[in-house]
Design a protein around this ligand. Sequence first.
Ligand code: FNR
Length: 183
Amino acid sequence: MASRKIAVIVGSLRKESFNRKVAKTLMLLAPPQLDMTIVEIGQLPLYNQDDDDAPPATFTEFRDKIKGFDGVLFVTPEYNRSVPGVLKNAIDVGSRPYGQSAWNGKPAGVVSVSPGAIAGFGANHHLRQSLVFLNMPAMQQPEAYIGNISKHFDGDKLTDESTEKFLKTFIDAFATWVERHAD
Ligand code: FNR
């Protein structure tokens, strides 16, 4: 299999973010054909359509960076039953100017992570709604709703064996998905 470059977008800026810990665990578990890099989104100013003609350098850098990847893995918390604003902002920034979306056609994976039992289901599916419009084929199965996460880490180490086993299944399936849908 060819090597595929994957942008990992984490929807939390929190230092001890569980989502970032899960993202890093997925990177460790990934098969060798996935070359995964976390792309930071916390530096992006709020998107303003007035800036489309003269975008801030941070926007251009982010858009160009995303364009260089073969696929995107989103790992996100749920805020108020939806996607955190910081993640939606990054999606909006990458999607413009109109007709030049950096996301277009890139295969995607969605993982939601929460200390709660519902495991970010609302965020997971609100994100999928945007991915339809962005023309990003999003892997349907296995779905990844990782709940009760605060019980499953000791520092940065995932201690729950069944969660680790599931994450391995997920990332292997994602590698196959990317291979099927990447250019
Ligand atoms: C939350 N949290 C939360 N959790 C959840 O499962 N469903 C929700 O709707 C919300 N809503 C929500 C709103 C806001 C503004 C905050 C700050 C938090 C709790 C959230 O899952 C928890 O803080 C996670 O630890 C966030 O993920 P990270 O930062 O650990 O990756």
